[in-house]
Design a protein around this ligand. Structure first.
Ligand code: BGP
Length: 483
């Protein structure tokens, strides 16, 4: 395929808690991510039930010295092997690496006076390694890994004190890394917060007397993140003009299940509250009118002061990044059954799905890019996209992952089409350049990488890295893509 855009950023994305391991090394504290229970027997299509784990389930894991049941505590040992990994990303031809920084390494308790020097040193070395290898860094400041001490002492993001802790953390790292990191994303998939409050906000259901209180806390937490992000943008302007602030949304594009206007409306209103609401707040700086009706009808209440709203209004992001894995469908019937909160929508008879039920839709990416461009007219970046598959090394110590090559090639083609449509897309980081621990299932066996990592779900294996067929394909694509 001939890709028409020359100065395009191509790379891979990972997150701290899914790759680093070394969960208790050099002063780091435990995070929510590393305490998330692991249930290897769970049916693949119902992994989202993991959101029902309770505080007790999480806390039990602190006592549990059996680290193997908590795969994120070992990750792929990126903490010790990052040089090897970054060299492989370079060899693949990548010119950007999206990664995240663990708050728990910099302020392990959240409220220390001084940052942890060992944590700062680790990331400086990683960023320098990226520079040395000709890669830009895109840095997510929080990627689903609220430090447990913050969840415990402050009750997570619904507490406004957490805003100050986060802003302090972000300020420290912006000052420290302003010359090494160009692209900054305060929160990963900010729209997942109300859908999975423990993962996104570090708040637990049992801390609230009713479901209603819990939802109020979730939206309070979300508002606090919107405000914290705007505050960070405000401060960034005083630190360096080199810092480019963007947002990151799990872009759950859906279609109406048919052409019945009833369903078309339900789809639109669901797209408003699951996608546009977030972009609207972060790009237009205001809570959109439709959200006010939604909150009123659902009885959702949270505190947003005039001062906070002013900061949100005045400090918007410069560009949009989003994750794109699949699309699904929406109907009134489905929505009613899910109580309005559809995480995974309905089936689309025109699409094939992965083992986890994620429906593969390359054209949906072109549709999404056009929709976002029409509505916001800011540069767009696909910060996650990829296919999770159960894989094993074959006798030649590789994986013949033709399905991944097909998945990536078809999505690249649609990005190209969107660029021809006139959409301003400036980069792409695949999820993932290398196998990592899965976010939702906590397994190693849901693999996304161009590079195979020799660990199983119980971390048996050498941890060694092996190139899959898709690695060579991508390398070739990088050499031959341009006109
Ligand atoms: C996104 C997250 C990533 C990631 C990816 C794949 O929502 O930002 O952290 O892991 O999804 O999800 P999973 O690992 O559950 O397959």
């Amino acid at each position: 395929m001939k890709f028409i855009k020359k100065d395009f950023l191509w790379g891979g994305a990972t997150s701290a808690s899914q790759v680093e391991g070394a969960y208790d090394v050099d002063g780091k504290s435990l995070t929510i991510a590393e305490m998330r229970p692991f249930n290897p027997n769970l049916d693949r299509k119902s992994v989202h039930e993991l959101n029902n784990y309770t505080r007790k389930d999480y806390e039990k894991s602190i006592e549990n010295k059996e680290r193997l049941h908590y795969p994120k505590r070992i990750g792929i040992d990126f903490y010790h092997r990052y040089k090897e990994d970054i060299a492989l990303f370079k060899e693949a031809g990548m010119n950007i690496y999206r990664m995240s920084i663990a708050w728990s390494r910099i302020f392990p308790n959240g409220d220390e006076k001084e940052p942890n020097k060992q944590g700062l040193k680790f990331y400086k070395e990683v960023f320098e390694e990226c520079k040395k290898n000709g890669m830009e860094v895109m840095l997510t400041i929080q990627h689903y890994d609220v430090p447990y001490p913050i969840a415990k002492k402050y009750g997570g993001w619904s507490n406004k004190q957490v805003i100050n802790l986060f802003v302090k953390f972000a300020t420290v790292i912006m000052k420290e890394y302003k010359d090494l990191v160009k692209y900054w994303l305060p929160f990963n998939e900010i729209n997942v917060a109300p859908l999975a409050p423990t993962t996104g906000l570090g708040i637990f259901r049992e801390n609230f007397s009713s479901e209603k209180e819990y939802m109020n806390a979730a939206y309070q937490g979300l508002h606090n993140q919107f405000y914290a992000q705007a505050k960070v943008i405000e401060i960034a302007k005083t630190i360096s003009s080199n810092i480019k602030m963007g947002c990151m949304v799990a872009n759950m594009t859906t279609y109406s299940s048919d052409c019945n206007p009833v369903n078309i409306w339900e789809n639109l209103s669901s797209q408003q509250m699951q996608r546009y609401f977030y972009y609207d707040v972060m790009l237009k700086g205001e809570y959109p009118t439709y959200s006010k009706r939604y909150f009123e009808e659902k009885g959702i209440k949270f505190e947003a002061t005039p001062e906070e709203l002013k900061v949100i209004k005045e400090n918007n992001v410069e560009y949009i990044t989003f994750s794109y894995y699949m699309t699904s469908t929406v109907s009134k019937e489905l929505k009613d059954a899910a109580g309005g909160n559809l995480m995974l929508g309905g089936k689309n008879p025109f699409l094939k799905a992965t083992e986890w039920g994620w429906q593969i839709d390359p054209i949906g990416l072109r549709i999404t890019l056009n929709q976002l461009w029409d509505r916001y007219q800011v540069p767009l970046f696909i910060s996650e996209n990829g296919i999770g598959v159960v894989e094993q090394l074959d006798k030649n110590k590789t994986v013949e992952d033709d399905y991944r090559i097909e998945y990536l090639a078809k999505h690249f083609e649609q990005i190209n089409e969107a660029i021809k449509d006139g959409v301003d897309v400036f980069g792409y980081t695949m999820w993932t350049p290398i196998d990592v621990v899965s976010l939702s299932t906590n397994e190693m066996s849901k693999r996304y990488g161009l590079i195979f990592v020799d660990y199983d779900d119980y971390h048996k294996g050498t941890g060694d890295r092996f190139k899959k067929k898709s690695f060579t394909w991508f390398q070739e694509f990088m050499k031959t893509k341009e006109l």
